[in-house]
Design a protein around this ligand. Structure first.
Ligand code: GLN
Ligand code: ZN
Length: 752
């Protein structure tokens, strides 16, 4: 590698966005107070600006050379861009200002919100732009005001972040003709760049993550034409891509008329592509080296080999996180309850800023970084000693054969040994209302106001109430109600070794909603039965069948921060082994049915369709490993909500679950028909009741839905259930709703 005299300025650091919710979730609190009418717009905006300023200062103090700004949002950055660009659907025409903003985000008196969906393969959700027939005028004043504030604070370190025009189009729905929309929007982006130039901005980041989609080539001309127009303004454009590699599009993307291209080197094969095709001499490489999607510190030796390859190709580079840091929490050092060796290898946003600076120092003056890098190596070593390989788990995994993934008999033969129920058997998905009284029990237990025995007695009283209600309502297959569970992943993670839980590590899921994903840090093993006690209590209270209730391995993986030293597949298989033992214990305790929920199975699909099979293959294997221990007469259920199945149906079949319950009430039977059209043979739990609405579904409405279902599926294949668990509903809603549902099943039994 050649070093030049510019080494001091050459290896600069840049960020691509920061968390938004506030270090102590200040934005969440401010939003919720505003929505409740307990504060006003001014206070809300002031809070937003204060949080934003603190982010800028943190990045400035960390020494970041180019700080991405303008990504702070009251609800969602994609919504912000819809509004700046005048992409306002007709139905919001009567609103303005914040009222319109939140109407688009959350709906307003019968006017539905924009649709919300997953942001690429992250657990963040954005609002889908709806491009109406006629755009409203663009209005960049809020964005420009942010830029001015940032310039005051950061000078020319401030680099505006712009959501890319082609990505925005790619994610939108259209009423307008698509090519007309492309050209109208392009004009507006040109206008924006002009206005930024007038403010003295020299450089912008334009984020085009859609360039990593498998279908990016279909938009090639659009990218070329758009960036041709944008390049005319004379700003330095940093074209930012992330979440995966550029694949076959690498070569033409490198030729776009921009000053720099950012690549994610933590996912996909960008490093190979760089080696193979090189990097244009006239462009700067934004090297996404620090993983913005996971919470681990850098591993100096792994990173060194990546750096060697990159610097062998170009030294005109910047050191960056792989994407916006919005996907990680703020500060690992705030955690007080994690074991020290684990804490020392965690890196949240603030630690990642330090890592960027360290890498820059390392490239500029290697000897100056050596002490810090050596310290990190030592921390990883200490962590390894603290969390050694679990030999027992490793040996079990090695001994596994394909037999272990196979139920003892095929479905048709199992069916004959399984419980006989009336046609249209009714059941629920597992959880019943988590009332504040139930949640208080856990607080009291934690504080020591309740002993373990007192806590369990109180939970058992809830179970008893729940069983009695289900019995009286006439449901056929009962559940214990999941009162002992905070969250379907956390509950299991807390009982498994290898999982850690944080106090403050919140990340935004959407709007004001945050999640605190568990951290899988070591080999996962079960130390004792996790659900058997509550199952037994429930089953002892009724002659009807009570389903055992577990969270599946794939969902646990997809809703956690996972290890990077072993594959996700291996981690899923370890969890599956633990669940396998739990299934066996439940069976031994008398369970005739066990449900293994996998609501997040589809969420884990890779961005590039060519990698779907690889993912689904291990994901389905992990599910099968957990379920296959069951005797033929034990009925295995699974549940997946808000999913589409059409394009992955052969994998759903390979799960080999006896009963699959799905959300179906909001899709107008779409979801059900996807399954039946594909010729799915096993039983399907037809979700007939929307658990996200407080409305009590009428019997007649559920009867109608079931009838259309019957027209497409033999009666023997159909179960009747709500779309999902009932934990967010109140008993007042649940009681009449389930009674109506049972009534609907009875109507069908008579008519069909
Ligand atoms: N058994 C879980 C429940 O009822 C399933 C939740 C889910 O699908 N997200 O709460
Ligand atoms: Zn669900």
């Amino acid at each position: 590698m050649t070093r030049d005299t510019n080494a001091q300025t050459r290896f600069q650091t840049a960020t691509l966005g920061y968390p938004r919710i506030g270090k102590s979730r200040e934005l969440k609190k401010a939003l919720e107070a505003f929505w409740r009418g307990q504060s006003n717009a001014e206070t809300l905006i002031q809070t937003q600006h204060e949080i934003e300023l603190s982010h800028w200062q943190t990045q400035q103090n960390a020494g970041i050379d180019r700080i991405g700004i303008g990504d702070m949002s009251l609800y969602d950055h994609v919504l912000d861009w819809s509004i700046y660009l005048g992409i306002i659907p007709e139905r919001f025409a009567a609103f303005s200002g914040l009222e319109r903003y939140f109407a688009m985000a959350r709906g307003n008196e019968g006017i539905p919100a924009l649709e919300m969906t997953k942001w690429f393969d992250t657990n963040y959700h954005y609002l889908v732009p709806e491009i109406p027939e006629h755009l409203q005028p663009a209005d960049f004043s809020d964005f420009l005001a942010t830029v001015r504030r940032a310039q005051d604070q950061l000078g020319d370190r401030a680099v505006p972040i712009i959501l890319g025009p082609v990505t925005l189009l790619r994610l939108s729905r259209f009423e307008m003709n698509q090519s007309q929309a492309a050209s109208e929007l392009c004009d507006r982006y040109v206008q924006l760049l002009q206005e930024l130039k007038e403010l003295g901005v020299a450089e912008v980041q334009i984020h085009e993550p859609a360039l990593v989609f498998g279908d990016a080539a279909n938009f090639k001309e659009n990218y070329q034409a758009t960036y041709q127009s944008l390049s005319q303004i004379g700003l330095a454009i940093q074209l930012v891509t992330y979440f995966d590699d550029l694949g076959d599009n690498y070569s033409w993307v490198m030729e776009l008329p921009v000053a720099g291209v950012s690549l994610d080197f933590t996912r996909g094969r960008n490093l190979e592509l760089l080696q193979q095709y090189g990097f244009p001499e006239d462009k700067q490489l934004g090297a996404g080296l620090v993983d913005a999607r996971n919470i681990w510190k850098i591993r100096p030796d792994v990173l060194q080999s990546t750096l060697d390859i990159i610097t062998g190709v170009t030294t005109n580079l910047r050191l960056q996180p792989s994407a916006s840091l919005q996907f990680v929490p703020y500060d690992a050092q705030r955690e007080r309850k994690l074991p020290e060796p684990l804490l020392q290898v965690l890196s949240f946003a603030e630690q990642k800023l330090e890592e960027l600076q360290l890498l820059a120092t390392h490239l500029r003056q290697p000897q100056e970084a050596e002490t810090s890098l050596e310290a990190i190596r030592g921390q990883w070593q200490a962590f390894q000693d603290f969390s050694p390989v679990n030999q027992g788990v490793q040996e079990r995994l090695q001994r596994l054969s394909s037999q272990d993934l196979e139920r003892p008999l095929p479905y048709e033969q199992r069916l004959q040994q399984q419980p006989v129920l009336p046609p249209f058997p009714t059941t629920t998905i597992g959880s019943f209302p988590q009332t504040s009284d139930v949640r208080k029990l856990r607080v009291k237990l934690k504080r020591g106001d309740l002993s373990q025995a007192e806590y369990e007695a109180a939970i058992d009283a809830e179970i008893a109430k729940c069983i009695q209600f289900q019995d009286e309502a006439g449901l056929d297959v009962l559940v214990h109600g999941e009162f002992e569970r905070t969250d379907m992943v956390e509950f299991f993670g807390q009982q498994l070794s290898g999982f850690a839980f944080t106090e403050y590590a919140w990340v935004q899921s959407y709007g004001s909603r945050c999640v605190r994903p568990p951290i899988i840090y070591g080999d996962v093993a079960r130390t004792q039965a996790m659900t058997v006690r509550e199952f037994k209590v429930a089953q002892s209270l009724t002659d009807k069948i009570v389903k055992g209730m577990l969270t599946g391995p794939v969902t646990m993986i997809n809703w956690s921060f996972t290890r990077t030293d072993i594959s996700r597949r291996e981690q899923a298989m370890q969890i599956a082994l633990a669940l396998r033992d739990e299934v066996a214990d439940l069976e031994a305790a008398g369970a005739k049915m066990v449900q293994i929920d996998e609501p997040a199975l589809r969420e884990g699909l890779p961005l590039k369709p060519e990698r779907w099979d690889e993912y689904l293959s291990w994901a389905v294997d992990a599910f099968r490993l957990s379920a296959a221990i069951a005797q033929p007469q034990t009925q295995i259920h699974t549940h997946m909500c808000y999913s589409e199945f059409g394009d992955i149906i052969e994998h759903i079949e390979r799960l080999d679950a006896d009963v699959l319950s799905i959300e179906n009430s909001r899709s107008n039977n779409e979801t059900l028909f996807e399954i039946t059209d594909a010729g799915y043979k096993n039983q399907v739990g037809n979700g007939v009741y929307d658990v996200h609405s407080p409305a009590v579904p009428a019997t007649e409405q559920m009867v109608q839905q079931l009838k259309t279902g019957v027209a497409n599926l033999p009666v023997s294949q159909i179960w009747v259930n709500p779309d999902c668990g009932l934990k967010t509903r109140s008993w007042d809603e649940v009681i009449p709703s389930l009674k109506n549902m049972v009534e609907a099943a009875k109507v069908l039994r008579q008519e069909v």
